[in-house]
Design a protein around this ligand. Sequence first.
Ligand SMILES: [Mg+2]
Length: 159
Amino acid sequence: MKPTWYYESIDKIPYQKLKQKGIHYLLFDLDNTILSPHSKTIEKTQLSLLEQLKKEFTIIIVSNSTKKRVFKIAEILDIPYYPFSFKPRKKVFQKIKKEYQCTNKEMIMIGDQIYTDILGATRVHIHSILVDPISKKENFITKNIRFLEKRNNIERDVL
Ligand SMILES: [Mg+2]
C-alpha cells in the first residue's frame, strides 16, 4: 500500500509532469488535502491553484464527507464532486471512470490518507499522490499515532 508519489502539499505537485504522463483527471480528496477539516471555506492559495489547474485538467472532488460540506467547496470551484464516496471502496472510482470514459492511466487520486485515498486508488490500479494532512495536529489523537509512525517509513518517491 504505497502511493505512486509523495508530496508535502498540493501546491508542491509538478502538475506539468503529470500532464506529460498523460494524466488528465485529478481526483482530489477534500478534508486535509484541499482544506482543513475545521475550515468551511477554501483558502485563497488553494482556490487559485485549483482554478489554474481547471484550465488544463478535469478536477473532481472525491470525498468521504457529507454532501453539504463537499457541495459548498465544489460550488465555489464549479467542479464535479462525489461526496460519501466510501473510499477505499472501488465503486466511486469505477463510477468516475465510466462517467468520464477515461482509462486508469489518465486518472490520479490525490489525498492525505493511506487507508482511504491511497488504498482506494491502488485497488482500482490508478496512480496516487500522498500529501501531508493540512491540519497535522488533529491527527495526533491516540488512534492515529501508530498510523503516522508507519507513514514516516514509507518510501517518498517524487516524479
Ligand atoms: Mg482527507
